[in-house]
Design a protein around this ligand. Structure first.
Ligand SMILES: Cc1cc2nc3c(=O)[nH]c(=O)nc-3n(C[C@H](O)[C@H](O)[C@H](O)COP(=O)(O)OP(=O)(O)OC[C@H]3O[C@@H](n4cnc5c(N)ncnc54)[C@H](O)[C@@H]3O)c2cc1C
Length: 383
């Protein structure tokens, strides 16, 4: 094994041991109670997992995106809800990393990368989901700062995060080019939150509607420059979509493990069901889908780290992994028979948890549209 592979294997073993020991045992309870796992979020920071691919000059570990994917996979394998909080943190720090000024990077990234601060990302509005240019939240420049009014919805970590990067229109007539990104610290006067939204899955990862009632932010709260927010949002989303692919791969890996062990234990017609070819075909298909998804995510991670255009690779990785995850979890429920439909079974939770993956950070349809519009020319050899 090369040093790199050895390091990756060691890293996975370390994170898996931590996740098995500290995350997995309480996951079902947190799903039941919808309790935000504040202590575990702190532990992720203590394990040096909150800024894995953030450059060392900004306080991160400066490791590859592939390494970050390993950590996300392992967290998702034990608790998809915690993985959602975790990936929302990475999504929240990305706008500062890709669009912030040097001063903003130095000010915020080291504390985010160490886990001292938790981040969030507030783009979606009640009437602006896939179509971000139609957002209605506005920010008006006054002498005392920017005045923000409007609302955001489905925002992960909104109330728990120490800062949220929030997008608003600074020039409502300019569509996509009129969007600006702002750093919104917690407890800023004028910000209020709904109750945590009641959800099908990832129930201990809270989302909120956020209300902005003439919120005043300093002039230097603008991430980068005015009018670049749309671009920053899409760049951050592209980068973070690979993290969602890793989250899908972690859930799918756990489903496959559960399917294999259930098939080995469950006997019908005098045999473990694992001996029936029909079950072997399901497990074989799950394995093949998972291998393909992981290879695809690693490819997208390499494209990102090479600094190449990420739009197609990020969307391919998210689409492939999240669709595969849903299929793998569904087939694993099938392997469990009636037991897989019961609240007490882990696969039932995974079935609910994985449904969100095909919706957030761009639905599967939006990924396909992105892939289609960024496909290489048929004459290109870059396929
Ligand atoms: C649990 C959860 C957590 C979330 N966390 C965050 C967060 O932290 N920050 C944040 O900003 N947002 C967050 N979101 C919002 C999420 O990103 C959006 O829900 C998602 O982008 C889809 O937007 P929408 O719900 O408005 O659906 P819509 O955009 O209204 O789409 C509805 C349907 O129409 C389809 N559709 C839309 N446009 C097209 C088109 N042009 N062509 C074909 N089909 C189309 C979609 O694929 C979908 O099937 C979260 C959502 C959930 C549920």
């Amino acid at each position: 094994m090369t040093d790199q592979l050895l390091d990756a294997a060691e890293f996975r073993t370390t994170v898996r041991a931590f996740a098995n020991r500290e995350i997995h045992p309480g996951a079902a309870f947190r799903d039941e109670t919808r309790e935000f796992p504040a202590e575990l979020v702190k532990r992720l920071g203590e394990q040096d997992l909150m800024g894995i691919s953030v450059p060392e000059e900004f306080g991160g570990l400066g490791l590859s995106t592939k390494t970050q994917l390993i950590a996300i996979e392992e967290v998702a394998r034990t608790d998809a809800a915690l993985a959602s909080i975790y990936t929302a943190h990475y999504l929240g720090l990305e706008p500062i990393l890709v669009g912030g000024t040097e001063e903003q990077k130095c000010r915020w990234l080291p504390r985010l990368a160490s886990g001292e601060l938790l981040a969030g990302f507030a783009l979606t509005e009640p009437d602006a989901g896939s179509d971000i240019a139609s957002m209605r939240t506005t920010a008006r420049r006054e002498d005392d700062g920017w005045h923000l009014s409007g609302s955001k919805t489905y925002i992960s970590n909104a109330k728990e995060a120490d800062l949220v990067v929030l997008f608003a229109k600074t020039d409502p007539s300019a569509g996509f080019r009129g969007i600006t990104a702002f750093v919104l610290p917690r407890n800023t006067p004028g910000v209020s939150y709904s109750e945590p939204q009641d959800k099908l899955g990832i129930r201990s990862a809270p989302t909120y509607t956020v209300y902005l009632d003439d919120v005043v932010l300093p002039h230097d709260a603008v991430v980068g420059t005015e009018g670049r927010g749309g671009n920053i949002a899409l760049t951050a989303l592209n980068r973070a979509r690979i993290d969602v692919a890793a989250m899908a791969n972690g859930i799918a890996l756990r489903a496959w493990e559960l399917g294999r062990s259930y098939a080995a234990e469950r006997k019908q017609f005098g045999h473990p069901i694992a001996e029936f070819q029909a079950i072997q075909l399901l497990l074989g298909a799950c394995d093949a889908q998972l291998v393909a998804s992981r290879v695809t995510a690693d490819w997208a991670a390499d494209v990102k780290d090479a600094g190449a255009d990420l739009r197609r690779a990020a969307s391919v990785s998210k689409y492939v992994a999240t669709e595969a995850c849903f299929s793998i979890v569904d087939q694993t429920v099938q392997i469990h028979g009636g037991a897989g439909f019961m609240r007490e079974s882990e696969i039932e939770r995974l079935y609910r948890d994985c449904r969100i993956l095909r919706i957030f950070e761009g639905t599967s349809q939006i990924q396909l549209l992105t892939i289609a519009s960024n496909a290489p020319s048929p004459r290109s050899t870059d396929f």
